[in-house]
Design a protein. Structure first.
Length: 133
């Protein structure tokens, strides 16, 4: 956030994760990888090559990056069904997950010359810096 750096200190960013335990998360938790039952209930995931240890919020990063930035109503309805909205209820912990997701997409895009991933990562980091989220 170069423009904000002059005006604002980052010391107010308090990300304490001491109460979080590591859980398996997917960095590709998108609708195409969800298993849904006949009655619409969530049953599980497929596509495990992007599974790793993280915090609960890590799985939400890709959804926010790809779907919710341009469509706030998607986030509203998703979190209503999820039963909890970390954007409004626990933003500092979610912010850490979003920063990780943004940098991961940006760096992957730069490394592989994938303009889409690079753009997704930049947009996520800008959304965090300029509080568009």
């Amino acid at each position: 956030c170069p423009k904000q750096r002059e005006k604002k200190s980052y010391s107010n960013l308090e990300l304490t994760l001491t109460d979080e335990k590591a859980v398996p998360v997917s960095y590709d938790s998108t609708p195409g990888n969800w298993i849904v039952g006949a009655n619409g209930e969530f049953r599980g995931f497929i596509d495990f090559e992007n599974m790793l240890w993280g915090i609960n919020y890590d799985s939400l990063g890709i959804l926010i990056e790809r779907y919710f930035l341009d469509n706030p109503n998607y986030a509203k309805h998703f979190f209503a069904g999820y039963g909890y909205n970390p954007i409004t209820d626990d933003y500092n912990k979610l912010k850490l997950a979003l920063i990780k997701a943004g940098f991961a997409s940006l760096m992957n895009g730069l490394k592989t010359n994938n303009r889409r991933w690079e753009t997704l990562g930049r947009r996520m980091l800008e959304a965090i810096c300029f509080k568009k989220l």
